[in-house]
Write a protein that binds this ligand. Structure first.
Ligand SMILES: Nc1ncnc2c1ncn2[C@@H]1O[C@H](COP(=O)(O)OP(=O)(O)OP(=O)(O)O)[C@@H](O)[C@H]1O
Ligand SMILES: [Mg+2]
Length: 370
């Protein structure tokens, strides 16, 4: 699978432009603020129906205008698929594949798998458990639409149950039978989401360890542990025994919405003890393992988006990563770099054919191949 071309209209700092891509390496070059990351985000948008950086769709619309439009032509097993994504100010976004509009955005997730490595990914390690759940849920959702469906239902019932708990507090009237259907759904869905997360992590762990070993060329033992309320055999009892606390705090205190994934190096917490370099290597390994997991399940190579990757890595790691690229482990790749001479040197040293796009102030100013 690869992206043949893309057209952007009034998307972020782009007014109107089209790009014809190489099936291998594409590199967006330009000064800070020129629009390189915005281009990666447009690709991310077409693959996952949302921005990787900005959750408010409205903010993608070019300043001073009232809609944006993206069109991407993808090749998927010899078939040409044309995807349009548009949004008018104040309206819902529209997604149209080969002339047919999607009813639900979630139906599109997984058709064009994508992996993004971006500089602010550190929040995966530094921030709370929500970031890590989002990361793994994003992979699992691309792997399985039924997982995504369960997750959407879980969020729905959780919201409803919490709203009821709040209402009980406000009115001083507790109506337990009203709460019961929501509790039952959450318990059932927790069990099914738990088993899929646990199964996924068991397979993901050795892949993560392999990548960390390769990139860092060091022997620290990398690990990831999945921690969930739902792993307890007494899960249902625990869920129900928290009712008093739930009523008091007006929210549900047990369930897979509290799950976490613990990252470690040599059995010590990566967040607390890992050096910056170790944390970066771990992050890249996580993303490469994500790539492998999607590739295995989808039987096709996801699109790889590398934002400012060179700035975040030392020379050894850049070389190791680009060697992977040269070995054809990856399919189509999009890279951004603010320093053209550096990218050109890396690609020519490793003999990697690349198409370079020169971006100036939200416009395509030139194309070169090497
Ligand atoms: N909705 C919008 N309308 C117009 N311009 C926007 C919009 N959203 C973002 N921008 C502009 O896009 C520019 C940032 O683009 P982008 O993040 O792609 O830059 P970049 O080339 O990746 O830069 P860097 O090298 O610093 O990472 C900023 O100037 C920002 O103001
Ligand atoms: Mg950028």
């Amino acid at each position: 699978m690869y992206l043949k071309n893309i057209t952007l209209r009034q998307f972020k700092n782009f007014s109107q432009d089209s790009f014809e891509f190489s099936t291998d390496v594409n590199c967006f070059i330009g000064l800070n603020g020129s629009g390189k990351t915005n281009l990666l985000d447009a690709i991310h948008y077409l693959c996952l129906t949302k921005s990787a950086f900005q959750s408010v769709d409205q903010l993608q619309i070019h300043h001073g205008t009232d809609f944006f439009f993206l069109r991407g032509s993808f090749m998927l097993e010899e078939r040409l698929l044309e995807l349009d994504c548009s949004m008018e100010s104040g309206k819902k976004k529209q997604l149209v594949l080969n002339g047919k509009a999607y009813q639900k955005m979630s139906d599109h997730i997984g058709l064009f798998p994508v992996v993004l490595i971006a500089p602010d990914d550190n929040s995966l390690i530094r921030e709370g458990s929500e970031e890590r759940r989002k990361f793994f849920d994003n992979i699992l959702s691309q792997l399985s639409t039924s997982y995504l469906g369960d997750l959407v239902r879980y969020q729905h019932f959780l919201k409803q149950r919490n709203a009821l708990l709040k209402r009980f507090q406000e009115t001083g009237k507790v109506d337990l039978p009203l709460l019961e259907p929501y509790s039952r759904e959450l318990i059932q869905l927790s069990k099914s989401i738990y088993s899929r997360r646990a199964h996924f992590i068991a397979n993901f762990r050795p892949i993560l360890q392999k990548h960390y070993g390769y990139i860092s060329m060091k022997g620290e033992k990398t690990d990831v542990a999945y921690v969930s309320d739902a792993s307890e055999s007494a899960f249902e009892k625990n869920f129900r025994s928290e009712l008093e606390k739930d009523l008091l705090l007006k929210r549900t205190n047990v369930g897979v919405h509290k799950d976490d994934y613990q990252f470690s190096l040599d059995a010590y917490s990566l967040k607390k003890f890992g050096s910056q370099g170790q944390q970066k290597s771990y992050l890249i390994s996580l993303k490469l393992a994500q790539f492998d997991a999607l590739k295995l399940e989808k039987k096709q190579k996801p699109i790889l988006l590398l934002d400012d990757i060179f700035d975040k890595l030392d020379d050894i790691r850049i070389t190791q990563l680009m060697k992977l690229v040269a070995r054809q482990d990856f399919g189509q790749i999009f890279i951004t770099d603010a320093r053209p001479e550096r990218s050109k040197k890396i690609f020519s040293d490793l003999n990697v054919p690349a198409k370079l796009f020169d971006i100036v102030d939200g416009k395509l100013a030139g194309v070169a191949t090497m």
